[in-house]
Design a protein around this ligand. Structure first.
Ligand SMILES: [Cu+2]
Length: 151
């Protein structure tokens, strides 16, 4: 009996491995969102994207049932002031590289949030890639500054 279970387990692991490749070789790490103050209309989501697909890809858009609208933003210096701007044409993911969305840099701007994200919750987000297609992630909601303890 035992060897049959081992066989079934290895089949499941093999399928999981194949599915990972089918997703375009894009992997997501450390998905999290900042806890929001009561009444705040917008939140921010962060994650690390590894592109091991062997070709360049692009993060085109994102959506979430917890947010009316999700935009991909960058931070740019404008006359000595940091400002947020939507990323035109999607976020470039060069092949073999890792792109980090983090506080002070690229982020998912989650607008029209009905219920402010509270610490300990998770927020579902669907990322849409040009080549890899749709990938779902759950952002862990953490207190602002919590990311510094994630390493
Ligand atoms: Cu923003």
């Amino acid at each position: 009996m035992l060897h049959i279970r081992t066989f079934i387990l290895s089949v499941i692991l093999a399928i999981a491995a194949v599915t990972g490749v089918a997703a375009g070789g894009i992997s997501i790490e450390k998905p999290w969102a900042k806890a929001m103050l009561p009444g705040a209309p917008a939140g921010a989501g962060f994650l690390t994207i590894h592109n091991n697909s062997g070709e360049a890809d692009r993060l085109l858009a994102a959506s979430s049932p917890a947010s009316g609208r999700v935009e991909i933003h960058s931070m740019v210096m404008d006359n000595g002031v940091m400002k947020m701007r939507p990323v035109e044409g999607g976020l470039e993911l060069p092949k073999g590289e890792t792109v980090e969305l983090k506080p002070g840099g690229y982020h998912l701007m989650m607008m029209m949030v009905d219920k402010p994200f509270a610490e300990g919750e998770s927020v579902k987000v669907t990322l849409k890639f040009e080549k890899a297609g749709a990938i779902d992630v759950d952002l862990m909601v953490m207190a602002a500054g919590a990311h510094e303890h994630m390493k």
